[in-house]
Write a protein that binds this ligand. Structure first.
Ligand code: FMN
Length: 355
């Protein structure tokens, strides 16, 4: 058992899940204010090795292990997460203006299934606050980690006007982003997932990509790669339509997957809570989607594989299925802060095997 499981988890698991989440992000935000603490965290946790570096959509990542969106919604602690050894930290989902999200409770633990259900509904402080916070915090991120920005639509914005919101968040954070993700797959914003349909998605991605191109031209040519994050509940035909829209708009990559509405294989009585399920029960479905996407695109579209990674083998499974990058959220909650390092060591071990 790790120190986290022996000491931190018994305390955190007694708190309401959202209170535990808020506490941990606040502690990490405080930690990143001190360069000394940041260095200590880095020395204790991060595995740094040039053999871990990967390149995807023209961006160099110091390691393929990223923090998935939703944990650092307001960009409060990306430097601290980077010091734990994450090669990318995806902040958000960020909407143009501050919004409260759904009423609490809205995160539920299903410990026997090593899963969570959430119906947060994008609570966040809005793009301007995230920008101000990033400008005041350590940059670049420790170890050269890449900042991802997950873009969202406000709860009160009609779906037909969604492009306006995604563009507004991109505008606000463009110069600070290493890549940006168009999130059309959270199950907790009514109508959002409908934007994954072929024509709606092509229109949306076309508008965001056009804006990205003009921002690139006006900021000295730095072209921030755009990715789309998809739901695991799409069938092959629907995923095929997503690929067509990606192809038509020259989007740079895909994040697979968000949380699921399915409850297969889940035994905890809290399975009846409304919201998106993450963690172990999602793992094989998201890997299957990564494999399908890699095959359909001939390995040419970079994929960030996310869903149910709580052990190093699970991350290797995603890479073997065709992912270039992986991301974790729920696994970090149950396993603790050594998970990125464990995964990095497994990657290095595998490289050594190959030689
Ligand atoms: C509490 C919680 C909040 C989340 N919030 C977001 C979000 O705001 N935007 C997003 O794109 N994904 C969000 N996600 C989804 C994760 O980024 C990830 O895609 C999903 O949880 C599957 O990975 P996991 O099994 O490693 O958790 C959230 C997940 C959880 C558990």
């Amino acid at each position: 058992m790790s120190l986290y499981q022996s000491f931190a988890w018994p305390v955190l698991s007694r708190l309401d899940p959202e209170d535990a989440h808020t506490l941990v992000v606040r502690l990490l935000a405080a930690a990143q204010r001190s360069p000394v603490v940041l260095r200590l965290l880095e020395r204790a946790y991060a595995v740094r090795d040039p053999r871990l570096e990967v390149e995807a959509f023209g961006v160099r990542f110091p390691s393929p292990v990223g923090l998935a969106a939703g944990l650092d919604k307001n960009a409060q602690a990306p430097a601290a997460f980077a010091a734990l050894g994450f090669g990318a930290v995806e902040v958000g989902t960020i909407t143009p203006a501050e919004q409260p999200g759904h009423p609490q409770p809205r995160i539920f633990r299903l410990p026997k299934d090593r899963a969570l259900i959430n119906r947060m509904g994008f609570p966040n402080q809005g793009a301007a606050r995230a920008r101000a916070r990033r400008l005041a915090a350590p940059r670049p991120l420790p170890g050269g980690a890449v900042l991802g920005v997950n873009l969202g639509k406000g709860a009160n914005t009609p779906v037909e006007d969604a492009a306006r919101d995604f563009v507004a968040v991109l505008d606000a954070l463009y110069d600070l982003a290493g890549y940006a993700v168009v999130n059309v797959s959270s199950p907790n914003t009514p109508g959002l997932r409908g934007l994954q349909e072929r024509d709606a998605l092509e229109r949306l991605l076309g508008a965001i990509a056009a804006r990205r191109d003009s921002l690139a031209a006006s900021t000295g040519g730095r072209r921030v790669p755009l990715l789309v994050k998809v739901a695991p509940d799409l069938d092959w035909e629907q995923l095929g339509a997503v690929l067509e829209a990606i192809d038509a708009t020259h989007v740079d990559g895909i994040v697979a997957t968000n949380t699921t509405l399915a409850r297969e294989g889940v035994t905890d009585p809290r399975r009846t809570e409304a919201g998106g399920l993450s963690g172990e029960p999602l793992r094989l479905r998201s890997t299957e989607i990564v494999r399908w996407l890699a095959r359909e695109t001939g390995g040419k579209l970079p994929i960030a594989g996310v869903g149910g990674i709580s052990r190093p083998e699970h991350a290797l499974e995603k890479l073997d299925a065709g992912a270039t990058l992986v991301q974790i959220y729920t696994g970090l909650i149950y396993e603790g802060p050594t998970l990125p390092a464990q995964i990095c060591r497994a990657f290095l071990g595998r490289r050594a095997d190959v030689r």
